[in-house]
Design a protein around this ligand. Structure first.
Ligand code: GLU
Length: 412
């Protein structure tokens, strides 16, 4: 569809890859294979809105690399979705699946909409339309989508139904992140946070009194809210959480159960701006708090060259994809702030997606305990490997993770 010269995508990743090539961490062949996405799909398709008007929906799917197996990666619904972002995220997925040793390549999809502006019926039409547009490029052995920002098990359900209608198949392994009734896996809903949580538990295993560890979490959606609950249950002090409306703060620790009930307890999800049991601060202030662990769990590009000088956290766990810009990361390195990179920190989601796909193909259903044990095993193995390479070669955790993943993709 596009020639490799016509289209410029992944400016950020290319910069990073070029940097690590310049430092001799990877060789020229590694560089070549990851310079361009394997396949880019773009569609503008119409849906009829509830008021009878027609709306054109812009959507993308990028398969970045499939050396290790079918493409794998979520589909996000967000107004800022564009080809560059989707390609960037597909690139990260390629590294992520390789790093945690899954038989998958990397892909990502996106629809440029603000889901809050559409009714449920309209969202269903948008989701089904997406599958119709790209159907022949999906399949359990070709490219397997999943949820991402603003997409849910219910949306996965509409998509699989459409896929099976069009293809006449009855496969469950076309998509992951489904409800349990639809063939989903136990533990998939909490898996992104759970993976990051296992890493933190391993990192701080020497610290008996977790109350001493102060945590700030940016984002209170699927990943951020589950992480807040898990950490508080283990005794960590979660001092701040946020959503797009505001951040809330209590230096002695928030009552996460109360916050969770406020946001998710009613018929409709509530915004934190209406929560009155804690002090309100801005999202910017949350990022700059003096905490032991900062968890960006919302969107990309939130720690930038503008605010990085004010970051005081000792450790940053990237539960979101791409929350730190390349320039900001250099400054964090100079300031000796550790970053546990996205391709490791949030790999729990795709790991359990793999379990779901595997269970679907084998027509099995594993217990929650089984899923969580397998998840812990796989993510901690990857974490230890990253620590080992980083230690041996004096690399940041991200560079070490990149090196391991890229070498695996190139089957070295
Ligand atoms: N969207 C998640 C991610 O960025 C999960 C992808 C998947 O399960 O395929 O890792």
């Amino acid at each position: 569809m596009y020639s490799k010269d016509e289209i410029v995508v992944c400016k950020k990743s290319k910069l990073e890859i070029q940097n690590i090539f310049n430092q001799g961490i990877i060789d020229r062949d590694d560089l070549k294979i990851l310079k361009h996405p394997r396949r880019i799909l773009c569609a503008n398709y119409p849906i009829i809105k509830d008021n009878g008007e027609q709306e054109i929906i812009t959507a993308f799917r990028v398969l970045y690399n499939n050396n290790l197996g079918p493409g794998k990666g979520g589909i996000r619904f967000h107004p800022s979705v564009d080809l560059d972002e989707v390609s960037e995220l597909a690139f990260i997925m390629s590294l992520k699946t390789a790093l945690v040793d899954l038989p998958f390549g990397g892909a990502k999809g996106g629809i440029r909409i603000d889901p809050k502006e559409f009714s449920k019926t309209e969202l269903e039409k948008i989701s089904r339309g997406y599958v119709r547009e790209f159907c022949k490029y999906f399949g359990p052995q070709i490219d397997v989508p999943a949820p991402d920002v603003n997409t849910t098990p219910e949306i996965m359900g509409w998509m699989i139904d459409e896929y099976n209608k069009i293809t006449g198949e009855n496969t469950k392994a076309f998509i992951t992140g489904k409800t349990i009734e639809n063939g989903g896996s136990e533990g998939r809903d909490k898996s992104t946070a759970m993976g990051g949580f296992y890493i933190l538990q391993e990192e701080y295993k020497e610290i008996q009194d977790k109350l001493k560890l102060k945590v700030a979490i940016q984002g209170f959606g699927n990943a951020g809210s589950v992480m807040a609950n898990l950490l508080q249950a283990e005794g960590y002090t979660v001092v701040a959480v946020s959503d797009s409306s505001t951040a809330i703060y209590n230096e002695r620790g928030l009552d996460i159960e109360d916050v969770f009930n406020y946001v998710y307890g009613g018929d409709k999800k509530q915004r934190l701006i209406g929560y009155s049991n804690a002090k309100q601060i801005s999202n910017e202030e949350l990022l700059e708090l003096d905490v032991d662990i900062l968890v960006p769990a919302a969107l990309g590009g939130v720690i930038t060259i503008q605010n990085v000088k004010n970051i005081k956290a000792k450790n940053i766990l990237e539960l979101a994809n791409g929350p730190i810009t390349v320039e900001a990361e250099h400054v964090l390195e100079e300031k000796n702030i550790q970053v546990i990179p996205d391709l490791l920190a949030n790999a729990g989601g795709v790991i359990v997606s793999y379990f779901e796909w595997d269970q679907n193909l084998k027509e099995e259903h594993w217990s929650l305990e089984d899923v969580n044990n397998k998840l812990k095993d796989r993510i901690i193995t990857a974490y230890k490997k990253v620590l080992e390479v980083a230690g041996k070669e004096s690399l940041s955790l991200r560079k070490a993770a990149y090196k391991i993943a890229i070498q695996k993709i190139n089957k070295k």
